[in-house]
Design a protein around this ligand. Sequence first.
Ligand code: SAH
Length: 342
Amino acid sequence: MDIRSLTYEELERDMTEQGYPRFRAEQTYTWIHQKLVRQPSDMKNLPKELRERMKEDWIGVTEETRLCSGKDGTNKFLFRLWDDHVIESVWMPYRHGNSVCISSQVGCRMGCRFCASTIDGLVRNLTASELLDQVYAMQTIMGERVSNVVVMGSGEPFDNYDNLIRFLRLLTDERGLHISQRNITVSTCGLPDQIRRFAQEDMAVTLALSLHAADDEERRKLMPIANRYTLDTVLHACRYYFEQTGRRVTYEYSLIRGVNDTANHADRLAKRLRQYRPCHVNLIPVNPIKERNFQRATDKSVQNFKYILENNQINVTIRRGMGSDIDAACGQLRRNYIQKYQ
Ligand code: SAH
C-alpha cells in the first residue's frame, strides 16, 4: 500500500478497518499533507506501533543533488525514488510567490524531437505520492511556501492520467497543502480524449498545450504525437476545455532557429489561433540538447514573433530564462547523472 497517495476518505476507511479510531486517520492525514513530515517516525502523537507499520507504506522522494542559481534563486533538484530511478524538479522564486515545476513520469514515450526526457523512452509512471512529494520535499528543503505548481517536467501527465488526478485532488484539498486550482498548470503534448475527460473533472486548473507548429505537416516533424491527432482535433478539445472550465488555454511554442521561428510561421500561427481566442501563447526559446542539433532562436526573431502575434490580438509572453547560469535543458540534469553514475 501507498499511504501518502490515499485520499482522506480512503485513509479513514483503511484505518478504521484495521481497528484504529477515526481520529488517527485525521492526525495521520494532517501530518502527511499539512505538516509535511518526511518520515513516519516524525508523527509524534501516533502510537509507535502504527508509525512502525507505516514505514513499509511510505513512498516519496529523496534529494540526490541540487544545482542552485546564484542569479535568480532557481534550484534544480534531482530526486531519487525508492527503486533508484531519478527525476528532476525545479524551484523558481518569483515576485508573486514560489513556483515549482515537477515531473510526471520517469522518462517519456512521446518522442518529441527537441526534448531530452524522451530519448530513452518511458521507464515508469510516478505514483500520486511521488508527484506530491516533489512539491512537499521542495517546500520543506527551501523553507518557504509553494504557491504555484506546474506539471511541465519530464513525462506526459495525461499518459499517467489516474495518478495525475489523484495528485491534483490531494494537492488542492483544504485539509492538505490547499494549493489553489487556479495556481496549477498541466502541460500536455495534446491527447484529445484526455483533454476532454480532464474538462469534466470539475477542477479549474490551467491547461497548457505544446503546439510548436502552426500546421500538421510541420508539427509532425517535431512531435510524433501529431501523426496520431490532427491540430484541429487537439484545438477543438482545447476549446471544449475552455468552455467547460472557463480557464483560458495556454499554447506553448518552443522557438527553434530556422525551423519554426520565421515571420511566416508567426503569421500562420496567428491565423490558426485567432478562432481559438481567448488564449495565451508562451514563447520558449528552445533549450538546445546535445543529442540533437536544434539551435535557440535569436532574441530578434523571438521579439519579432511576439510582435506579429500581438498585432493579431493574441496575448503573448516570452518564458523568462530562469537559472540560466545552471542551465541544463529539460531532462538534461537527469541524463547527465545517469550517464555518469549508472
Ligand atoms: N509532456 C508535456 C509536459 C512536459 S514538456 C508536454 O509535452 O507539454 C514541457 C514543455 O517543455 C513542453 O512544451 C515541451 O514541448 C517543452 N520542451 C521540451 N524540451 C524542450 C527544450 N529542449 N527546449 C524548450 N522547450 C522544451
